[in-house]
Design a protein around this ligand. Structure first.
Ligand code: F6R
Length: 359
């Protein structure tokens, strides 16, 4: 049940420290990333990795894809419904990774099957043991987030992103041409602190206050660059699906190529910092600010975005690889509290289903 929570979504947001501990459990040993199903050498011969996914899972795949590229592995992140037209060449040196919480999304299964038909090796990253994706792929990695009841994916996004970050290290060990990040030890050490960092965010009520202050807005724009780009897209998706308000996410630098025409004093711009380089986000947020838009910075206290922001939602300091996950939790809370004020049916938004089994 929902226990003390008004909605499953809020319960699931609050269960992320536990869910993530389960995701990580036993997978880092003596500074090495290990997956039982993927012994050393599993990925030898792989030259290209293609992620296929939909919706929130696509945003997690974008996150993982950037980390793989940083390890110098050829990577594509493809919306599963566009796989036939948008993927590059596929052969036996390709690994197709289906990222799917339910393991039942028709578009994602279709892309997985198409990849396999072309000779690719396949991997499912999923929450559901025995799901179709897990059964059909050559191998499966379970994200271990526990069952998710709310239609809006929350804890499963966080567990997917962490699973993919770990998978990146595992793949890099087998096939990267460059050595993995120099600061890998530090990255893996700070991962152990992530559940505590999440607790610190869950104790705040800054997102609820922000929701109250911005509830009469016309549109909500979410921007970010680098790893923050996918977080901005995810923030906007979550916001629109449960509030029914107009929300869009953009790569920070793209705002001036069209969307800026929609920016007014009635459209807050929520600028995401993961603790990396935020200059692009800052310059573009300034453009929006000079058109009157309220600017909300989500990020660590030392992000340069705080110099210009009207409101700042703080995240604990961590490795830049994990900062986006913390920022995303603030965005989950923002969406939740906005939807609650608007009295929306948060756990079952209109027109949406938990798993989409039609193409
Ligand atoms: C958004 C949401 C959807 C799913 C998408 C893929 O909150 O839940 O966008 O992420 O339908 O579902 P799975 O991951 O089950 O393949």
């Amino acid at each position: 049940g929902k226990g003390a929570y008004d909605h499953y979504m809020l319960k699931e947001i609050h269960s992320q420290p536990t869910a993530l501990s389960n995701t990580i459990e036993g997978r880092i040993q003596d500074g090495e990333v290990t997956f039982e199903a993927l012994p050393a050498g599993t990925f030898e011969g792989i030259e290209t990795v293609q992620f296929v996914a939909c919706g929130t899972s696509y945003h997690a795949a974008m996150y993982g894809g950037q980390l793989l590229r940083a390890a110098d592995i050829r990577t594509e992140v493809v919306r599963a419904s566009e796989y036939e037209s948008a993927s590059g060449p596929v052969d036996e040196t390709t690994l197709v990774v289906a990222v799917t919480q339910s393991g039942e999304t028709a578009d994602t299964l279709d892309a997985l099957r198409t990849g396999a038909d072309h000779g690719a090796r396949t991997l499912a990253v999923t929450n559901v043991v025995g799901s179709t994706a897990a059964r059909e792929a050559d191998e499966a990695v379970y994200i271990r987030a526990g069952p998710e009841v709310g239609v809006a994916a929350t804890k499963t996004y966080s567990s997917q992103a962490v699973s993919l970050a770990l998978l990146t290290q595992r793949l890099a060990d087998d096939v990267a041409h460059a050595t993995p990040a120099d600061d890998r030890a530090e990255m893996l050490d700070t991962l152990a602190d992530l559940p505590d960092h999440l607790e610190q965010i869950l104790e705040q009520n800054a997102a609820e206050t922000l929701a109250q202050e911005t509830i009469d807005s016309e549109s909500y724009f979410f921007i970010g660059n680098g790893l923050g780009h996918s977080v901005a897209l995810e923030g906007a998706l979550k916001f629109k699906e449960i509030t029914y308000e107009h929300a869009e996410g953009f790569a920070s630098g793209q705002l001036k190529h069209g969307p800026l025409a929609l920016v007014t004093e009635n459209s807050p711009v929520i600028a995401v910092s993961t603790g990396g380089d935020d200059e692009k986000t800052k310059t573009n947020a300034l453009e929006a600010q000079s058109r009157g838009a309220p600017i909300v910075a989500i990020g660590p206290d030392d992000t340069p975005l705080t110099d210009i922001a009207d409101t700042h939602l703080s995240i604990p300091e961590t490795h830049p690889v994990w900062g986006g996950l913390l920022a995303n939790v603030q965005l989950q809370l923002f969406a939740y509290h906005a939807a609650k004020q608007l009295d929306r049916p948060i756990d079952k938004p209109r027109n949406l289903a938990k798993s989409v089994t039609v193409e």
